[in-house]
Design a protein around this ligand. Sequence first.
Ligand SMILES: C[S@@+](CC[C@H](N)C(=O)[O-])C[C@H]1O[C@@H](n2cnc3c(N)ncnc32)[C@H](O)[C@@H]1O
Length: 329
Amino acid sequence: MSADATESWKLTLPCTRDEAEAIDVSEGLEGIAGSPVIITSEEIEDDPDSWRLDAFFSGKPGKAAVAAVRALAPSSAGVKATPERVPDEDWITLSQAGIEPVHAARFYVHTSGNKGDVPPGAKAFQIEASRAFGTGHHQTTTGCLIALDALKVNGKRFRNIVDIGTGTGLLAFAALHLWPRAHATASDIDAAAVDVTRENAAVNGVPLGAGPGTLALAAAPGLEHPLLIGRAPYDLIVANILAGPLIGLAPTIAMALAEGGTLVVAGLLDWQADAVTAAYRRQGLVPSGRTQIGDWPTLTFRKRARYGAARTTRLGPGGANDAPGFGSW
Ligand SMILES: C[S@@+](CC[C@H](N)C(=O)[O-])C[C@H]1O[C@@H](n2cnc3c(N)ncnc32)[C@H](O)[C@@H]1O
């Protein structure tokens, strides 16, 4: 059979998590004849560095296209991999085959091609596997969904929420569903993730904006953005990023958390929990909950209220926290 542009081809490579998270299909691949139409990546084991990258092509990819995909996963240098013809099926659906809906606490996360039956009473979100992390399949995302639900069940109320490292936006959407009158903010160091969050917000009917019940977006490392600083202090901060950044960001995150506020963190492995906990204890936070799925704990902390009840201290220019330390944000 001769290859033509209507045939679907796939190239699969092992890659690291960092490589998977760094992939931006819109950059570097456009203009190469036979460039991949879609790239998906997913973790293949309970190992944060063991991922798989699938690049789907319309038509058999040439050497340049294969090289461009290989360049996305330098760690696979030396791994033998050749493009394979994919049987005549809808390859977009195919690329998401096996991505079963996830039901975590009251949340149900599915793709457009795999909605299945939404359990009665569950809040469904449609999240495609894409350039951003966070389809609900990873234990860290599931752990955060469960932790957020538990806070709601325990009667917590939040008015000002930020999801740092939002990926697909899922955790911010879930938080806004639980506390629909809150001001919500979602940020990511990766501008592509912020774009994906914007698209997912539209698909899921999550209103973007600045007022209560809406979601504002920012692309930034940590809280280094005027919007993120200006909206602090938050009474709920969620951050599913890795242990290293979580420890590095501990002083900033703790400073951005209102007294009496709650912090939910994930992205750390079991053996890293003590170090992450110690970093936040040093900032005056106290552990208040833990959800563990496999090797992945989700930790919840509370910031002590110096004067009893939760207190709102204005951060940013002119605020009470306009003090040394904030200048470096
Ligand atoms: C493990 S994913 C979590 C995505 C989503 N929140 C979830 O729970 O599924 C981590 C996300 O954090 C982002 N990230 C990593 N380091 C960051 C940092 N220092 N500041 C902001 N975002 C960061 C990554 O780009 C990625 O989208």
